[in-house]
Design a protein around this ligand. Sequence first.
Ligand SMILES: Cc1ncc(COP(=O)(O)O)c(C=O)c1O
Length: 336
Amino acid sequence: MPVVSRPEDFHEDELFVDAEPIVGRPIHLKVEGANLAGSIKLKAAASMIDAAQAEGRLPAGTTLVESSSGNLGVALATIAAHRGLSFLCVTDDRCNPVTLRLMRALGAQVHVVTRPDPEQGYLGARLRVVRELAGRPGHLWLNQYANEANWGAHYRRTAPAVLRNFPHLDVLFVGAGTTGTLMGCARYVRETTGGRTRVVGVDSVGSVTFGTPAGPRHVPGLGAGVPPAMFDPDLVDDFVLVPEIRGIQVCRELAAGGYLFGGSTGTVLAGALDWLATHDPARKLSAVTIAPDLGERYLDSVYDDDWVRQHFGLDALNVPPPTAEEEPDAQLPRSA
Ligand SMILES: Cc1ncc(COP(=O)(O)O)c(C=O)c1O
């Protein structure tokens, strides 16, 4: 019987879904939403707050400030509430309404940026606000985009849990937001398997992380309008870009099979299926994809037909969505 005295002390790290009956090839999803903040970000939040406290950067009365597309905000709000810290989250208007309400329910202040920076998108606009706030006395910016404790959480926990359960794994697919999950997993997997297990990054079309052009994105979690400071392309064996509508369709296929996952899970699985179709036509490789959160936060977006038609066109749900290979913007050379 798990009994916790801190919300971050429970994180189910050993739960995998066998997706083969749904997608028709051997692939497992590592479920990261089974914890008290509902996403993979609980591990990163705990790791960054613990590091700041250990380094004496969080004296009593400090207000934490962070830019988040939502899930890190909920995780930081959870831990901050439990430790009696103040927390101010800077997000943007793509953040799910329920995620905003969760943060507020946990006592966080939330600042919603409504206009993207003309060159650096919403992330650039959010970071400008955060930098201004972080300069004020008594405020600390954890900076998840550059904080080693972010990727360290996945180096210490996420990737070891994958290899513990799949010691002969051929390919691990990881979505890229801050790239904390990707960098932590890639470092651990490379050190542990010497390159035998490949790590493939998955991102949304419109993100600049892998050196491809910026474009509009509507699903929170993956992608960045500003290259994440901690990203090192040399640690990743390959990458795939996925049009958001294709990720949404894969989410709906999973839901039709009884698994309601968040938007980035559909995108990472779509990227994995595209990559495997090209690199493993004989279906021999074993594969794991990281599933960062569950689907309830996306009922008004990914799983809402009107929202999908509004953002992706009236035919978005009627015609087969493009694969990454067919999407012109996605056919760009590797930046690594
Ligand atoms: C739903 C979801 N998927 C994926 C990610 C990306 O994770 P990372 O920031 O570690 O790259 C995030 C990050 O916030 C997320 O909330």
